[in-house]
Ligand binder design. Sequence first.
Ligand code: NAD
Ligand code: UDP
Length: 338
Amino acid sequence: MTTVLLTGATGYIGSHTWLALQEAGFSVVGLDNFSNSSPEVLKRLHELSGVAPVFERASITDAAAMEAVFSRHRIDAVVHFAASKAVGESGAQPLAYYANNIGGLVTTCEAMRRHGVKTMVFSSSATVYGDPKYLPYDEAHPLSAMNVYGRTKLYGEQILRDLEASDPAWKIAWLRYFNPVGAHESGRIGEDPRGVPNNLMPYVTQVAVGRREFLQVFGGDYDTVDGTGVRDYLHVVDLAEGHVAALRHLLDQRRSLTVNLGAGHGHSVLQLVRAFERASGRPVPYRIVDRRPGDLPAFWADATLARQQLGWQTRRDLETMCADSWRWQQANPNGFDC
Ligand code: NAD
Ligand code: UDP
């Protein structure tokens, strides 16, 4: 059985990918330091999969701990989710972001190299495309970064390209995610941001459940279908299945790849709000306020390459994303703090 180490395993995307990998027949070792997730996730994963989670509480920045993890388990490949991801915070704490996202990546790769593990799936982001020169973004679009978080992804990608160039035995999947939303259909795991959500969907669900009074829509005068920002939302379970496809590609084809993981089309903020109201039967009061500094008006993926290379495309539509986000929020009004 192929054993995969998931860093950031109890986070939002990591937890859904953990289940998807197990369903696909992989054995999983999860690793997290709970800096942005809860140990409760492990109980829920056990309940959903029927398999007791194999888990290591450790930081990817701790070289000794990473060495111990690779010594204890026979790892075949790594899916590297662990990172800090708040754009605003990244500007205020650049050193912390570089230490975690870059230092942690290097430490993880060093432990892998020492143990002869040279297959990695890397969580990159559409943010590496920067200001759109054209849309949709395809994988050949020029790269640039608009904030510290974006630079950690851009530099992270480059570090892995240098590593692959130095030793072609490394097989790497650079996965550029668009905007994951939704939750597992059981309603038992989902996105549980700490404090005030930065992202649209968790904010919408917290308004619908009564935790917040109204949604602030950042900007109503963009050159888009209704003046509000447009993004490419994809269901987190589709995204998780994209990781399974990418890992299989690396293991079977022995070829690296860089692909967008997105739906291939965009929705505006108000389109998402309306879809959510339909799916939940709850009103989502909102007010249009100033644009959020640094926001792009619109972007979405060219999702052709993932379909061609991985046979992967999204299967769950916006209604399903909203219905699943709502099921999760309603059943867990305070997230994993139950
Ligand atoms: P998340 O915060 O829910 O998950 C990340 C996990 O990593 C958390 O459980 C956190 O505790 C853990 N972690 C952070 N630093 C760690 C460290 N030093 N050692 C061990 N564990 C550590 O975030 P997510 O949304 O699941 O994102 C996963 C990855 O995908 C990240 O790399 C993120 O940058 C990337 N990404 C996310 C999105 C998105 O919209 N959610 C979009 C593009 C890319
Ligand atoms: N957005 C909003 N109100 C919020 C959060 C987000 O209007 O409280 C908008 C934001 O301006 C963008 C879209 O929703 O147009 C998606 O924002 P998110 O932060 O989720 O993703 P990102 O901007 O990082 O792609």
